[in-house]
Design a protein around this ligand. Structure first.
Ligand SMILES: NC(=O)c1ccc[n+]([C@@H]2O[C@H](COP(=O)([O-])OP(=O)(O)OC[C@H]3O[C@@H](n4cnc5c(N)ncnc54)[C@H](OP(=O)(O)O)[C@@H]3O)[C@@H](O)[C@H]2O)c1
Length: 234
């Protein structure tokens, strides 16, 4: 029988520099992936039931979160899936504009987890756009609850595409099963440049242990690292 506390299998993907940055201090969504890595990410997306991003990535970067390759979209449909995965936003104040690519690029089902900090008017606007909304009463989105909801609505494989704050919270809460990082041969530096895992951070004794499952060196100078989470409490 299905457990009430079941959540999807969660795999987190990032592109980062050799100094762990996932963007420059300018926060304009700097390109870090090589062409080969972009294709790998597209295949990973095509294997997901849903793709999740955090509020700052959603509002500042306005990602499409669709599968770029027509062949991959067609293959999903042959397998009885929708052409694109469900798009999931984790956003405290869901101030998306009507022309937002997150809302318009598709076709795709859109799910937003937000809080009561989003105005009633904005919630109505999003509902009218066909967004499935879950409004949490906490100050920020309750991530375990959001994952259980996703499982309940049919999401078995969830891909997380950042940013660093969401990544850290999911890792801290033991809600991640797999972490893949493409490490580009670049250094961005910058104290304020976002990193793979931001948030408040952990003391050494609470560091999250990882098990390296795969490491590949690529001809573009990058390295692909795939880790499994060891102390997964999910
Ligand atoms: N290279 C890559 O692979 C990659 C991928 C994605 C993004 N990025 C970069 O990452 C940067 C954005 O990352 P970010 O760390 O600033 O933001 P983020 O992780 O995208 O979004 C975090 C925001 O989501 C909201 N939120 C609501 N509930 C939350 C919860 N339970 N836990 C965590 N966040 C919650 C919070 O908004 P409030 O603070 O308003 O409550 C929080 O500030 C951008 O520069 C983007 O380009 C890089």
């Amino acid at each position: 029988m299905k457990s009430k506390m079941e959540r999807p299998y969660v795999f987190l993907n990032v592109a980062m520099t050799a100094d762990g940055k996932i963007d420059t201090f300018e926060r304009r969504g700097a390109t870090i992936s090589s062409q080969r890595d972009k294709e790998r990410v597209d295949r990973l997306r095509a294997e997901a039931d849903a793709i999740m991003v955090g509020g700052r990535t959603l509002l500042d970067e306005n990602p499409k979160l669709t599968v770029k390759s027509a062949d991959l979209r067609a293959a999903r449909e042959v397998n009885g899936m929708t052409p694109n995965p469900v798009k999931v936003g984790i956003v405290s104040v869901a101030d998306l504009k009507s022309a937002s690519d997150f809302l318009t690029a598709g076709p795709a089902r859109i799910v937003i987890f937000t809080t009561q900090r989003t105005s009633k008017k904005q919630l109505e606007f999003l509902r009218a756009r066909g967004v499935e909304l879950f409004v949490h009463e906490t100050q920020r989105v309750d991530l375990p609850k959001a994952l259980y909801t996703l499982k309940e609505i049919g999401i078995n494989r969830l891909m997380v595409e950042g940013g660093g704050t969401l990544n850290f919270e999911l890792l801290r809460l033991g809600l991640v099963d797999e972490l893949t990082a493409y490490v580009a041969p670049l250094v961005f530096g910058g104290e304020t440049a976002p990193t793979l895992a931001a948030g408040l951070g952990l003391v050494r004794s609470e560091a999250i242990p990882l098990k390296l499952a795969e490491a590949e060196t690529w001809e573009d100078g990058g390295v692909l690292l795939k880790y499994k989470l060891l102390s997964n409490s999910g």
